[in-house]
Design a protein. Structure first.
Length: 158
């Protein structure tokens, strides 16, 4: 596995619609491993394939409960609302207020291309919405209320 370069806002690849994955291949397995490595290295909670320049419907998420790999994810149900700060590895050091559903149910394919579903609330619901948006070329800045603001990294405090 290897780290991949994270594309930053302004890169046209982040504004394109991604294609569904039709079959698992060694290259896609490698891509998923690299996406996880890249997300952990950057200390993110989620990463979508277009953020590493690949226009495929694949996202990885880890909100601290272990890795979740979603292929061709689709949000099938949402409930409630949450408003809070959101950031993106493609816009490093910045965050902004975004309102998302507080509950999300999504269906997707696993790495074995088996159908699965997940329900999430709070941060997981937010992460699923954010990453699925990437697959349609949508950045969180399109949903931001007010201005983006700088975020301090923990190691820079004090
Ligand atoms: Ni993002």
């Amino acid at each position: 596995m290897a780290l991949r370069k994270i594309r930053e806002a302004g890169d046209p690849v982040l504004e394109k619609k991604c294609r569904p994955v039709e079959e698992m291949t060694p290259r896609i397995r490698e891509l998923i491993g690299d996406m996880l490595d890249t997300m952990y290295e950057a200390m993110g909670v989620g990463l979508a394939a277009p953020q590493v320049g690949i226009l495929k419907r694949i996202v990885v998420i880890d909100i601290g409960e272990g890795p979740l790999v979603m292929i061709n994810p689709q949000i099938v149900k949402t409930e409630g609302e949450q408003t809070g700060d959101e950031g993106c590895l493609s816009i490093p050091g910045m965050a902004g207020q975004v309102t998302r559903p507080n509950y999300v149910k999504a269906v997707y394919l696993t790495e074995e291309m088996e159908e699965a579903e997940i329900e999430g609330t709070e941060l997981l619901a937010r992460a699923i919405c954010h990453e699925c948006d990437h697959l349609d070329g949508i950045m969180y800045t399109q949903h931001v209320e007010g201005e983006l603001h700088r975020v301090e990294y923990e190691e820079e405090e004090e």
